[in-house]
Design a protein around this ligand. Structure first.
Ligand SMILES: [Cu+2]
Length: 391
């Protein structure tokens, strides 16, 4: 609130100063030798502005190079961890390189012609209605380029989204809710049991319909584990609002929409262990841990606990602003060797077992006979006796 007030004061002060200068300028009109305060730009003004345009062009180029050098390693644009990720990265690279070349070229032309056409005494502006050839050229080139990009994108999209039902795939459900994710494996039958938000009860966190025979062998998990090299079909549902499951390392993202099932298929190609050994991730993790070590020292100086060292893990993040704790809505993703994955999955209890166990523990214990009126009065009498003694 205070900072808002300060901001308001600064803005109002700025406006006041600006108004004062305008009044001052108005009082000067007609008093200078060459009418210096005139609103009409003279040749000197035009030249200054012309050269400032070049300075601004230089600023854009320098900033572009600076950002590329300083932050170029931050975006994930190479070495994806999924098969289709290469297609996505290629599309990203082609688009970026095209934008880079076009922007270097057009920014130069824009600033150069603005400079060239600046006001010079005695020069008259030439009227030029249109040039069909020129317009055809600058329409056809972008049309061809964009058509190429869109066709490539469509081809990549179809390739990614097409799931052959006959194929040997692993079906996993990812269930979104404010502000966590639940994971359901489809079990031995590789078919997820039907589900509906109305069936949510106790341990049945994602509302599986337990009367559906396909549901009994489903398995719930708190992390998303996947076998390397196998096609995974992720099916998404949401309990409350729009969420979006974003798997940046796998170049995958899909909205989770309440009331419908959306899906995405991909083949993970790099295990978590392999990814941790990759040079770029070793460098990134080291950077993070250096920052954490510095913070830890400050925390320990204040008598607080030090931060734990960070270790790389794949993540599934929510990429739709879905509420107050949206920033914290993430799920650990582990890519294992097929053997390790099978061993881990085999140890998980089935949902059928879990629900049965919960029902057994909730079953009413044998009813105790209710206290008789006599017993109640006895208690009262005892109380009265104690009261007597105390007196
Ligand atoms: Cu969310």
């Amino acid at each position: 609130m205070t900072s808002l007030l300060i901001l308001a004061v600064v803005v109002l002060l700025g406006i006041a100063v600006w108004q004062l200068t305008k009044i001052f300028e108005l009082t000067q009109v007609g008093s200078g030798p060459d009418d210096a305060a005139s609103q009409i730009a003279n040749e000197k003004d035009n030249n200054i502005n012309g050269y400032l345009l070049f300075a601004f062009l230089g600023f854009i180029y320098i900033m572009t190079i600076f950002c590329l050098v300083k932050y170029g390693s931050l975006p994930l644009m190479s070495n994806p961890a999924s098969e289709h990720g290469i297609l996505v990265d290629n599309l990203m690279w082609i688009s970026m390189i095209l934008i880079f070349i076009v922007q270097i070229f057009t920014q130069f032309l824009l600033h150069y012609f603005a400079f060239k056409g600046r006001g010079i005494k005695g020069r008259k502006a030439r009227f030029y209605s249109d040039n069909d050839k020129l317009e055809a050229v600058w329409t056809i080139i972008p049309v061809i380029t964009l058509t190429g990009l869109i066709l490539y994108g469509l081809y990549a999209w179809n390739d990614i989204m097409f799931v052959d039902e006959e194929e040997d795939v692993l079906v996993v459900e990812v269930y979104a809710k404010q502000f966590a994710w639940d994971v359901r494996y489809s079990g031995k039958d590789n078919t997820l049991g039907k589900a509906n938000v109305r069936f949510i009860k106790g341990i049945n966190l994602v509302g599986v319909d337990m009367s559906d025979p396909n549901a009994i062998d489903d398995k719930m998990a708190k992390e998303l584990r996947l076998p390397v090299g196998k096609k995974v079909v992720l099916k998404f549902r949401s309990q409350d609002v729009l969420h979006s499951a974003y798997l940046p390392h796998f170049r995958a993202q899909m909205n989770c929409v309440p009331g419908m099932v959306t899906q995405f298929a991909f083949v993970p190609t790099v295990t978590t262990a392999e990814m941790r050994e990759r040079e770029e991730f070793v460098t990134k993790v080291n950077n993070i841990n250096n920052i954490r070590a510095e913070r830890s020292q400050k925390l320990m100086a204040k008598g607080e606990e030090a931060l734990e060292p960070y270790e790389f893990d794949y993540l599934l993040l929510c990429n739709k602003i879905c509420g107050a704790s949206h920033y914290n809505m993430q799920l650990k993703v582990v890519v294992d060797t097929p053997e390790d994955f099978e061993a881990w999955l085999a140890e998980l209890p089935t949902l059928g077992e879990q629900v049965a166990a919960e029902e057994a523990s909730n079953a009413p214990v044998e009813e105790q006979p209710a206290e008789t009126p006599e017993e109640l009065s006895e208690v009262n009498t005892d109380d009265e006796a104690i009261a007597q003694v105390v007196k």
